[in-house]
Ligand binder design. Structure first.
Ligand SMILES: CCCCCCCC/C=C\CCCCCCCC(=O)SCCNC(=O)CCNC(=O)[C@H](O)C(C)(C)COP(=O)(O)OP(=O)(O)OC[C@H]1O[C@@H](n2cnc3c(N)ncnc32)[C@H](O)[C@@H]1OP(=O)(O)O
Length: 239
């Protein structure tokens, strides 16, 4: 299979600082609990106002040093798909479930449980959150097969409402590859009924032309200020 990864020739990044990894994971988990409790708490107004003031104080401490949008986090590595703050897979992102995807033969699988911070219809997942999960699931299937691309097309069918606080299973597989294009299908089901898809979909991922790579990611640097891996790419199909 032709690779569409801009990082095929790039050496593996060193393992991340374990202390930073542990602290970021713990902060992400703490904020995840905070977010989930924020949307479920029924404590009185005065208590919520007091907590808000405390949270603003904590935010100010974190804001003492921040990165801009063109700088990768010190824990991230694009060639190995390590994305600490992804809204789907990121352990450091409190909105993320988070869900981890793995390869099983020609299929990519992930399990997760969604919370009330993901609610659309009462007690059920927001359709846009399902779309977010599907985009990442299908994109991960492409990436884990060495075929990175950006979402060019995504179609979904919502067969049944996705319940919150219920174990779910997400599966995807590649159905077609040609040049810079990868077509992937997949779905979301209850872990208890994996063969009945509540959401199914298909996406086309396209590895961008070099000019687009430069436009989108030309300013990207690693945390230490070096150009991000993937720069110097000249051919979107076999980098
Ligand atoms: C220094 C490098 C650093 C890189 C860093 C990357 C880090 C990422 C790491 C990890 C992320 C993984 C996250 C996975 C999940 C989330 C994914 C997202 O959310 S992506 C965001 C949403 N998507 C967009 O914002 C795209 C916006 N669209 C575009 O920019 C362009 O349209 C693009 C790149 C998709 C295609 O543009 P063209 O100019 O490169 O492609 P053309 O040359 O026109 O077409 C190439 C082939 O693709 C087909 N194609 C293009 N668009 C299509 C479409 N909509 N449907 C079907 N086929 C399409 C064409 O027909 C053509 O096929 P034929 O070679 O002729 O067979």
């Amino acid at each position: 299979m032709t690779t569409t990864s801009p990082w095929a020739e790039h050496p593996a990044a060193p393992d991340p600082d374990p202390d930073l990894q542990a602290a970021v994971t713990e902060l992400g988990a703490a904020v995840r609990d905070l977010l989930e409790t924020t949307v479920t708490t029924t404590v009185p107004a005065g208590e919520q106002a007091a907590v808000a003031a405390g949270v603003r104080g904590l935010t100010a401490r974190l804001a003492a040093a921040t990165r801009g949008r063109h700088t990768l986090s010190a824990l991230d590595d694009l060639p190995t798909f390590r994305r600490t703050y992804s809204p789907v897979t990121g352990v450091g992102n409190g909105f993320a479930p988070p869900v981890q995807f793995r390869r099983e033969g020609d299929t990519v699988v992930g399990e997760t449980v969604l919370g009330l911070r993901h609610e659309g219809p009462p007690a059920h997942c927001h359709g846009g959150v399902s779309a977010l999960l599907m985009d990442q699931l299908l994109g991960s299937a492409a990436f884990l097969a060495g075929r990175w691309g950006m979402t060019a097309h995504l179609v979904l069918t919502y067969h049944g409402a996705v319940p919150l606080q219920t174990p779910l299973v997400l599966t995807a597989r590649i159905t077609e590859t040609s040049g810079r294009k990868t077509v992937v299908t997949g779905g979301i089901a209850l872990a208890a009924e994996p063969d009945r898809e509540l959401v199914s979909g298909e996406a086309v991922f396209v590895s961008p032309r070099p000019e687009l790579l430069e436009l989108y990611f030309g300013a990207l640097t690693t945390a230490d200020g070096s150009p991000a891996p993937g720069h110097g790419a000249t051919d979107g199909t076999a980098l």
